[in-house]
Design a protein around this ligand. Structure first.
Ligand SMILES: Cc1cc2nc3c(=O)[nH]c(=O)nc-3n(C[C@H](O)[C@H](O)[C@H](O)COP(=O)(O)O)c2cc1C
Length: 482
């Protein structure tokens, strides 16, 4: 299954909108932002983009956002049954995770000699990165970003472990692209290992491919799953070894059924000003700063490539999605934390605020869960974690607010974690701060009914689910309760 298969399937379920004639300069970004804000909005496929050949397309609103539409994500994960809710999908994923993890090693990428991405190859001086419809997504972006839902493929020179990460890619000129990687990223570590040996760092960047690459590449996976990491995981989900072609100049794997892939090197010390870019925090964080640039030596593409866009920004943001929720639940499970029934973030804050529901089993349970999730969720910027009882639907921000307002006593139910990890995109970091001082703080809000008061805490004044069903059955034909 490649990106086109995914788009076809999404279309057949009535969840794709084709938009013709939009401009790469702000129109694609603005249309995407306005559409994503709508509940249940469709995936978008932009064609006939002003200034670019028909067929050079951009897909957006796929599956990397904290989405309200679990169906698009289920299609990407090969789950046949349409989930009725986000929670149902998270449970489906969580159930399959142990199998995917254990099968990773059986699905190393399969080296092949040809594939759709080889329809055209451009080499060295023939390369023109400006000919692709890279959007300028937001008004204050410092340029055109070709990579937002991309897959950056690197390898550790010693262990030969492969890695896929999603790191934004800005087009600087015909041959150069910039890349922003937070200091803890595996991709950065891999490339710096080459530099420490005095060598240029090889890299492959796929700019249009099945959305699973961005879903799986966009989360840190346990290193224990094997040397081919994300490739193995995606293979296990799809039930096939992912076909890859050896890059001409780096030897790295190029996804054979991708749309557009570039290959090149990051020379030691090669940096150019990059950004600003409207980010997942909802701000133009970090502004213009020196960042690595890659000299593009090869471009592999289909004749009519589709770029995969995943623009961040204020409401809704990405950084988390159903896969992250399932993964956090799985991690908690793996270290013996019991009673966690659902994890979610919200479109307004994504990875900066998470809510977790639990079935309280023991005194201190809520704090335990909250402190652990504060670190799991904090790979982005992570500021707030709210722990609630299981009667609260954590995918519903109003329900979470209800619990916080009525069950968390500010003087005793907010724990602060100080000097926690953050990165330069955090809008609260003062500009120009040295990297050694990149700290933030986290609040864990225990919005569960106090453990010792569960038996006599006031009852919630809302109709019971049983009564709701009865009323809907009787009155649903004349009154629209949806
Ligand atoms: C759509 C999307 C865009 C992302 N953009 C960036 C980015 O520009 N820079 C960055 O450092 N991380 C970015 N991330 C987060 C990383 O991809 C994520 O932390 C991933 O785990 C990195 O892989 P690694 O742990 O193998 O380095 C993005 C994630 C997603 C889902």
């Amino acid at each position: 299954m490649d990106l086109r298969d995914w788009l076809r399937e999404v279309d057949s379920r009535g969840k794709l909108k084709i938009v013709r004639g939009a401009h790469w300069d702000l129109e694609i970004g603005a249309i995407t932002e306005l559409m994503i804000k709508k509940k249940g909005s469709p995936a978008l496929l932009f064609d006939e983009i002003v200034g670019h050949p028909k067929g050079y397309r951009v897909a957006a609103n796929t599956v990397t956002h904290a989405s309200e539409d679990p169906v698009r994500a289920a299609i990407a994960l090969g789950i046949k049954k349409d989930p009725a809710s986000t929670k149902e999908l998270v449970y489906m994923i969580k159930e399959k995770m142990p199998q995917w993890e254990s099968e990773c090693k059986n699905f190393p990428p399969e080296w092949v000699s040809d594939g759709p991405v080889m329809e055209e190859i451009h080499r060295d001086d023939k390369i023109d990165m400006l000919k692709y419809p890279s959007p300028r997504w937001h008004e204050k972006d410092g340029g055109r970003f070709i990579g937002t839902g991309c897959a950056v493929i690197t390898q550790d020179p010693q262990s030969e472990q492969l890695n896929i990460g999603v790191y934004r890619v800005q087009v600087h000129d015909r041959r150069k692209v910039g890349i922003y990687m937070a200091p803890i990223r595996h991709g950065l570590a891999d490339m710096k290992s080459y530099h420490s040996r005095g060598q240029a760092a090889p890299v492959v960047i796929s700019l249009g491919q099945h959305p699973l690459y961005a879903v799986i590449g966009g989360r840190p996976l346990p290193r224990s799953i094997g040397p081919t990491q994300e490739f193995g995981y995606i293979g296990a989900i799809q039930g096939r070894r992912m076909p890859v072609i050896r890059g001409e100049v780096t030897g790295l794997p190029i996804p054979a059924d991708a749309e557009l892939v570039i290959e090149g090197h990051w020379q030691p010390g090669a940096e150019m000003n990059e950004g600003p870019f409207g980010e997942f925090t909802g701000y133009y964080g970090g502004m213009v700063e020196p960042a690595p640039y890659i000299v593009v030596e090869r471009v592999y593409q289909r004749k009519d490539p589709i770029l995969l866009g995943s623009p961040p920004g204020k409401h809704p943001s990405y950084g988390t999605n159903v896969f992250s929720y399932a993964m956090w639940m799985r991690y908690l499970d793996a270290i013996g934390v019991v009673g966690v029934t659902m994890v979610s973030t919200h479109r307004a804050a994504a990875s900066q605020m998470a809510a977790v529901s639990i079935k309280q089993r023991y005194a201190g349970h809520a704090r335990e869960v909250g402190h652990i999730v504060a670190q799991l969720a904090g790979r982005g910027v992570g500021r707030y974690v709210i722990v609630v009882d299981d009667d609260i639907d954590v995918t519903d921000i109003e329900d979470v607010t209800f619990a916080m307002a009525s069950r968390a006593d500010p003087s005793q139910d907010i724990d602060i974690i100080r000097r926690a990890y953050t990165q330069r995109l955090d809008p609260l970091l003062p500009q120009g701060l040295p990297r050694e001082q990149y700290f933030n703080s986290r609040a864990v809000i225990d919005a569960c009914i106090p453990f010792e008061r569960r038996a006599n805490f006031p009852q919630v004044a809302s109709i019971s689910p049983e009564l709701a069903e009865k009323i809907k059955a009787k009155w649903g034909k004349t009154l629209d309760f949806s």
